[in-house]
Design a protein around this ligand. Structure first.
Ligand code: IPE
Ligand code: IPE
Ligand code: MG
Length: 253
């Protein structure tokens, strides 16, 4: 696989070598924020920012593949994003199809497996169809797992888990005395996935906006003022370099 990207520590320094990163985060989660503001700054409609953001997703996936990141979870549409004007919601829910139409061959070439977390069933038919197609086409790929959080809200996810657990307690599939964190994790959309090691949020906002509340318990956070459509290779690398310096103690010493 040959992905040629210009990796720079800063504009004046030499490109970053893959082996300079001693601790590559296995799972990176990104809150891709700032598309609307990016468009507004240019006097464009908000959807122009979303379109640009879609192309940045493709480049971000290539960087993740290059650095051997195993899981990339991208917050694409939240359960709260339904509050936006109908035309914007429609555009956002059409983007997965556009992304797949444009980039599925690249994803396949890069051995990427596409999955989603969130309330899939409540998405429009055309969104579900396109995404399901991509999932089926890539299901045997064993490279990067590209995990889109689509119609995802963490509190809804936790509520759903509680209900499923109650049901399984009721029908004796589960035993209350054995119920522990590991079992609860299995009832979340992220079942079977390691927790994110690194969370990135763009656009200067420093909040979680209902993203992965359970899974981010011991994740390292990295924020940047850069708006998502401007998220370039060197910014991702900056986050990865910063991650090298983190000392993860998990409550130990
Ligand atoms: C992120 O950009 C994309 C989604 C939330 C779907 P925004 O649309 O939130 O852009 P801002 O935050 O308004 O600039
Ligand atoms: C979070 O961004 C959701 C996604 C990136 C999909 P928002 O723009 O919706 O979050 P708030 O409203 O600023 O908290
Ligand atoms: Mg936003």
């Amino acid at each position: 696989m040959s992905i040629k990207l210009p990796f720079f520590k800063s504009k004046r320094e030499a490109p970053i070598q893959v082996d300079e990163l001693k601790h590559v985060p296995e799972h990176v989660a990104i809150i891709m924020d700032g598309n609307g503001r990016w468009a507004k700054k240019r006097g464009l409609p908000r959807i122009a920012g979303h379109k640009e953001g879609m192309d940045v997703v493709k480049r971000t996936v290539e960087i993740a593949v290059h650095y051997n990141i195993k899981i990339l979870t991208l917050f694409a549409f939240s359960t709260e994003n339904w509050k936006r004007p109908k035309s914007e919601v429609e555009y956002l829910l059409k983007l997965p199809k556009d992304f797949i139409h444009t980039y599925l061959p690249d994803m396949i070439k890069n051995n990427v497996r596409i999955e989603t977390i969130g309330d899939f069933d409540s998405l429009p038919e055309h969104t579900k169809e396109a995404v399901q197609y991509a999932k089926d086409k890539t299901k045997d790929n064993d490279g990067l797992l590209l995990n889109f959080a689509l119609n995802y809200g963490s509190r809804k996810e936790i509520m759903r888990a509680i209900k499923l657990i109650m049901k399984d307690l009721d029908n004796q599939q589960l035993d209350l005395d054995n119920l522990d964190e590991e079992i609860v994790s299995k009832y979340l959309y992220t079942e079977g996935l390691s927790d994110p090691d690194l969370l990135i949020r763009t656009s200067g906002e420093r909040r979680l906006s209902n993203f992965l509340l359970w899974q981010l318990a011991y994740t390292e956070f990295w924020f940047t003022d850069v708006l998502w459509p401007d998220f370039k290779e060197e910014i991702f690398v900056e986050a990865l370099l910063d991650f090298q310096k983190r000392s993860r103690r998990y409550g130990g010493i």
